[in-house]
Write a protein that binds this ligand. Structure first.
Ligand SMILES: Cc1ncc(COP(=O)(O)O)c(C=O)c1O
Ligand SMILES: N[C@@H](CCOP(=O)(O)O)C(=O)O
Length: 403
């Protein structure tokens, strides 16, 4: 059993109400479960395959879900990079290994299932790319039409390709992501379309399972969980889920939630570092990590709570640091991620160099999206293939081998 609740005024709403913010005070909503009434054990969960749906008792979906077998992503021990940074217990949870290549699939399996459960006939989102790719795929699986609004010219090629191929109506807005989100929110409210951005509290329920899996795979609660932050939904979702595990008595402490933003787009970092009561939007966000090119994070209020309540922190990294870490992950660990995803590990490198974290911590960095999402940024960084004549001599010559 669950209901919707306002995180600010505490007003409660029936689970079937199609609302995204509190009608009384305008603040964000959350999904509140009656955790005392939930009959589940960790042993029962552990007997199920690791996936979003292992944790179905604390998810809102009651119908057979719209699923593409999301979750169950690998947790890698970053032995080489960890040794270089002096962090023996550094891990990466590779969310790029989800069906459409990002963590958004965890949210969309729940979000699109809820759209069906609530009888909605169409779905929409604004996106810097991954949300649209994921929504398009899950809407296709669920048999519902999808509309996606993208900031024109600012979305990585792989993501646009996915949204188009999965059959969404793709609209490029001459404006940034924040403006696109305003437009789609209006559209959904006025035209009865189901909004599946992270302001939808049900969608975030799916994303909280990243934290559950990290705990299950590590066999313990990490000391620190590090996420790249854009609209701030993911860090908020993971924190909420782990609070629920704590209330259930399945874990006895929470990790320090740590958010990393790009230097050109860091309103959450400024709020944390300046001890501000709220996130002040950045009017002109800019970064090579287009996934997190977001100036007005809609979940800022939730993210501030997640970081402050767990003694976590927030830091920013430059585009150069992001790209250097993207190459390091690829070339020293074999892990291919898109730029925004590398921000979490780049952030940890910076925090440890600045002496802001303990080297003995067990740290899980969430790397959020796959390398192939943004091939253009990869190609720009790497030397081109060496073209040769189709002869053995030419081949040996470029390899500096003699015949
Ligand atoms: C690859 C990637 N990483 C990180 C983020 C940031 O997640 P959030 O918006 O939940 O903070 C996004 C989207 O915003 C993303 O697509
Ligand atoms: N990176 C995101 C942007 C925000 O989407 P949200 O719905 O998770 O807030 C994207 O991929 O579009």
């Amino acid at each position: 059993m669950y209901h919707l609740a306002c995180i600010h005024c505490g007003a409660e709403y029936a689970p079937g109400e199609i609302i995204y913010t509190c009608p009384k005070c305008g603040h964000l909503l959350t999904v509140d479960y009656d955790l005392d009434a939930i009959n589940v054990s960790r042993e029962a969960w552990n007997r199920r395959p690791i996936s979003v749906w292992r944790y179905r008792e604390i998810l809102p979906v009651t119908i057979p879900p719209v699923t593409l077998q999301e979750g169950g992503t690998p947790l890698y021990h970053l032995e080489r990079l960890g040794a270089e940074m002096g962090l023996p217990h550094l891990y990466a949870k590779h969310e790029g290994m989800n069906p459409t290549g990002s963590f958004k699939d965890r949210g969309m399996t729940v979000g699109v299932s809820m759209a069906v459960q609530l009888g909605m006939k169409s779905v929409a989102c604004a996106s810097t790319g991954n949300t649209s790719a994921s929504l398009a795929a899950y809407a296709a699986k669920g048999g519902i039409p999808a509309v996606v609004l993208l900031p024109a010219g600012k979305v990585a090629l792989g993501k646009v390709a996915q949204a188009l191929m999965h059959g969404a109506k793709v609209i490029a807005v001459r404006g940034n992501f924040d403006r696109s989100l305003e437009m789609v929110r209006d559209l959904c409210l006025k035209h009865g379309i189901y909004l599946l951005n992270s302001v939808n509290p049900y969608r975030l329920e799916g994303q909280k399972t990243i934290g559950f899996e990290a705990v299950d795979q590590l066999g313990d609660v990490p000391d620190r969980l590090v996420l790249p932050v854009g609209n701030a939904g993911n860090i908020s979702a993971v924190y909420k889920g782990l609070r629920e595990l704590e209330t259930l008595g399945f874990i006895d402490r929470l990790p320090m939630m740590t958010g990393i933003q790009a230097a050109g787009s860091q309103p959450l970092v400024q709020a944390i570092q300046g001890s501000l009561p709220a996130v002040v939007p950045e009017a002109n966000p800019e970064t090579v990590a287009t996934a997190i090119r977001i100036g007005a994070p809609v979940n800022g209020e939730k993210a501030l709570i997640a970081i402050r309540e767990t003694g976590g922190t927030a830091a920013s990294v430059t585009d150069e640091e992001i790209l250097a870490m993207q190459r390091d992950l690829a070339q020293k660990e074999g892990i291919g991620v898109e730029p925004a995803s590398a921000a979490s590990v780049a952030g940890i490198k910076k925090l440890v160099e600045e002496g802001r974290i303990d080297r003995d911590e067990r740290i899980v960095c969430v790397v959020t999206g796959h390398l192939l999402k943004d091939p253009e940024t990869v190609i720009r960084q790497c030397p081109p293939p060496i073209e040769i004549d189709a002869t053995e001599q030419a081949l040996l010559s470029v390899l500096h081998l003699s015949s």
